[in-house]
Ligand binder design. Structure first.
Ligand SMILES: [Zn+2]
Length: 353
C-alpha cells in the first residue's frame, strides 16, 4: 500500500513558514515548517511505499523521528484503501493535468479519502430506476448521471406535457414525445457517458437487480407505487414535495430497514388525523415541486442515494436517516426511520434472519 496525500487537500500558506493542508475538519496546520519537512510533504503528494519512507526522509534530509511525527500528523489527509479494494491505480503519480478535475471526482475523493476516479468507476456500474420522468424526475436523472451513475432505468410511459417543460424541465419542442425518448435525447446531448433504458426493454430478472429505485411524489406517496418493489426486495427511496417543503427517506432495504409503511404508522401515531388527511392528500392534483423545492429536494435525495450507491461500491456507509427541509424556516431536520410494531415488515425481517 502506498502512502499518498490526497491531492484534493489543498496546500495553503498562512505565512512563508506556516502551512495549512486541507480546508475541512481534517485540515492540519504546520507552523515553522522547515525546508526538509516541505520536501518530505512534496514526496507524500507523489506517494511513498512504506518500505521507502526512511530513504525518502533521508533524501529530504529530515531526521527519521521527525518524519514519523509528521506522517502521524498528516495521517487523516492520506488516501485510504476502501474495503481492501485496490483503488490506487495512479498511486505515485501526480494528477494528470490533461484530465479536468471535475467537482464530482474531487468531492468523491475527499468524502471517501481515496482516489476520486475509483469511486467514479464504481458509480458507473450502478443502476438506478426513476419511477417517473416528470420535470423533477428528469432533473434527478441528470443529477445522477452528472454524479457518474452509469445506467438509469424508468418505467414511465407518459408523454411530455406543458407541465413538464421549463428551464429545469423538458424543452417545449419535446411536448408530445414519450418522456423516456425525450429524456434519452437530453441525456445523449448532455452526458452520453450514462444511458437511460426503458424498463420495458429489460427482463424482470434484470429489473430485480437495480441498485435502488427513486420514487418522486406530491404530498403523499401511494403505497401501490412502491409496494411491488418492496415486496420484491428492491431497495428504494422516496422524495415527497409538499406545501411546507420536501421530505425524503433514506434508501430503504426491504427486510433490513424500517419501511415506508412503518413511517406512515409512526406518523399516524404522532399526528391524530394523519390517517384520514393523508388519504385525501393522495387524491389531490396539486403540485409542490416548484423550482426552489425541486432543486433542494433533488439535491438532498441525490446526496443520500449516492451514499448508498457508494456503499455498494465499497466506499463509506449510507445514512439511515431521512430528511425534511422546511422552506419557510430554512431548517433541515434529520428524520429517524424507525420500525413500527404493527408493521408486517418486522415479521419479514425476522423470518429472513
Ligand atoms: Zn415496516
Amino acid at each position: 500500500m502506498v502512502l499518498k496525500l490526497n491531492p484534493n487537500h489543498q496546500l495553503l500558506w498562512h505565512s512563508p513558514s506556516t502551512l495549512q493542508i486541507g480546508t475541512d475538519a481534517r485540515s492540519v496546520v504546520l507552523p515553522q515548517l522547515s525546508a526538509e519537512q516541505e520536501r518530505f510533504i512534496d514526496a507524500l503528494y507523489f506517494g511513498v511505499a512504506p518500505n521507502q519512507l526512511a530513504a525518502v526522509a533521508k533524501q529530504a534530509k529530515l531526521p527519521a523521528q521527525q518524519a514519523k511525527v509528521l506522517l502521524e500528523q498528516l495521517e487523516p489527509l492520506l488516501q485510504k484503501h476502501a474495503n481492501g479494494k485496490s483503488d490506487f491505480d495512479l498511486a505515485g503519480l501526480p494528477p494528470d493535468p490533461a484530465q479536468p478535475q471535475f467537482a464530482e471526482t474531487i468531492w468523491a475523493s475527499l468524502k471517501h479519502s481515496t482516489g476520486g476516479q475509483a469511486v467514479m468507476t464504481e458509480r458507473h456500474k450502478r443502476v438506478v430506476q426513476i419511477d417517473q420522468l416528470d420535470a423533477s424526475g428528469l432533473l434527478a436523472m441528470l443529477a445522477l448521471a452528472g454524479a457518474g451513475v452509469g445506467t438509469l432505468v424508468t418505467l414511465d410511459q407518459s408523454v411530455v406535457t406543458a407541465a413538464d417543460t421549463g428551464p429545469n424541465g423538458y424543452p417545449e419542442g419535446l411536448i408530445g414525445h414519450q418522456r423516456v425518448t425525450a429524456a434519452h435525447l437530453i441525456l445523449q446531448a448532455t452526458w452520453p457517458a450514462s444511458r437511460l433504458v426503458s424498463a420495458r426493454d429489460l427482463k424482470p430478472s434484470q429489473i430485480d437487480t437495480v441498485d435502488s429505485v427513486l420514487f418522486l411524489a406530491q404530498q403523499v406517496i401511494d403505497p401501490k407505487r412502491y409496494g411491488p418493489w418492496a415486496a420484491r426486495g428492491i431497495p428504494h427511496q422516496t422524495l415527497v414535495f409538499d406545501a411546507t417543503g420536501v421530505e425524503l427517506s433514506p434508501v430503504l432495504v426491504p427486510g433490513k430497514t424500517a419501511c415506508l409503511n412503518c413511517q406512515h404508522l409512526n406518523k399516524r401515531q404522532n399526528q391524530p388525523h394523519w390517517g384520514v388527511v393523508s388519504s385525501q392528500l393522495l387524491t389531490s392534483s396539486l403540485r409542490f415541486d416548484h423550482t426552489a423545492n425541486k432543486l433542494i429536494g433533488v439535491g438532498l435525495a441525490v446526496q443520500v442515494l449516492l451514499g448508498w450507491l457508494d456503499q455498494i461500491g465499497g466506499f463509506g456507509k449510507a445514512t439511515d436517516t431521512g430528511f425534511r427541509y422546511q422552506l419557510d424556516t430554512g431548517e433541515l431536520e434529520q428524520l429517524a426511520w424507525q420500525r413500527h410494531g404493527d408493521c408486517s415488515c418486522a415479521l419479514v425481517s425476522a423470518s429472513a434472519a
